[in-house]
Ligand binder design. Structure first.
Ligand SMILES: [Zn+2]
Length: 296
């Protein structure tokens, strides 16, 4: 692996810049989580113009700790050091890093989590056509979209960045990683369930046994099959691939019964809980969601 970290775009620690000194008493002076983002840009140069250095376009509005390029040639930018806070999440935030309701501004993403931007164009939309290898995924609200894959070189750099973060803040565990959309699920999709969480976490923590709780629950039909396997009733439609009123009501009942925030959004916190409950029943998430025998 040969890529470079670039420190020449660090944001100065001064008034008017999107950086704050140190971590707060709300988290005992530590960073406690990692929020993964996509830039919705094609390259690191655009990300750097928006967020990096003393004269960023978004100066005083937004920042991140890192910008991870698509290729080793682009490398990784550091915009804010791990000792300080970047302004990467907080707007329209409803959930904390641990999935609980955000009860106070003191626990917003900007005050608790390291923000990592990955250069990534996002989902197919007007002006952005899907490639053949783009990933079919449902949003937290069950809307189908096609998301670009993260490149192999980028995944290697994301793992290196994660290792650097965890070396400095070793209390950040596997369950403390989430996407921006997990904190504000009704507001934006960023990075979606298509993000290679399992590969990145296995790399960061050198633990191939970390379960992939995301990939087998990417699509609406997979999510419905998992709910059926857990004994929920989706009505006569069953796992019909449409996230309508019965699915929404069932997810809310699931959230209520398992002490999750009841908001009808399929977040990483739901992914983890579904996996745990299936495992407790002796069921395998990948088998359950791939099976057609559970369709009614
Ligand atoms: Zn974001």
């Amino acid at each position: 692996m040969s890529f470079s970290f670039h420190d020449e775009f660090l944001i100065p620690l001064e008034a008017g810049q999107a950086v704050d000194r140190g971590w707060t008493t709300a988290t005992a002076g530590k960073a406690v989580a990692v929020t993964w983002h996509w830039t919705a840009t094609w390259d690191l140069a655009a990300c750097r113009m928006l967020l990096g250095g003393a004269h960023a376009f978004r100066k005083g509005e937004a920042s991140a700790h890192y910008g991870v390029g698509r290729t080793f040639a682009e490398g990784v930018d550091r915009y804010v050091t791990l000792e300080n806070r970047s302004w990467h999440a907080g707007k329209h935030q409803t959930l904390r890093w641990d999935g609980k309701a955000l009860e106070s501004d003191a626990r917003k993403g900007t005050r608790t989590a390291i923000g990592v931007e990955t250069v990534h164009i996002g989902y197919a939309r007007d002006g952005v056509d899907a490639g053949d290898d783009w990933i079919e995924v449902a949003s937290p609200q069950g809307v189908a979209m096609r998301v670009a894959p993260w490149s192999e070189e980028q995944i290697a750099m994301m793992i290196a960045v994660g290792k650097e973060i965890v070396a400095r803040w070793p209390e950040i565990g596997i369950r403390d990683h989430h996407g921006h959309h997990d904190l504000c699920p009704g507001y934006k999709v960023d990075v979606s369930s298509a993000f290679p969480f399992a590969r990145v976490l296995r790399g960061i923590y050198d633990d191939p046994s970390i379960p992939d709780v995301w990939d087998p629950l990417r699509t609406v039909r997979q999510r419905q099959r998992a709910l059926l396997a857990l004994g929920y009733d989706l009505g006569p439609g069953g796992a019909d691939g449409t996230w309508g009123v019965p699915s929404d009501a069932t997810l809310r009942r699931f959230q209520h019964e398992h002490a999750l925030v009841v908001d009808g959004f399929w977040t990483s916190f739901v992914h983890w809980k579904v996996h745990e409950l299936l495992e407790a029943k002796g069921l395998d998430l990948r088998e359950v969601t791939a099976s057609s025998r559970l369709r009614r």
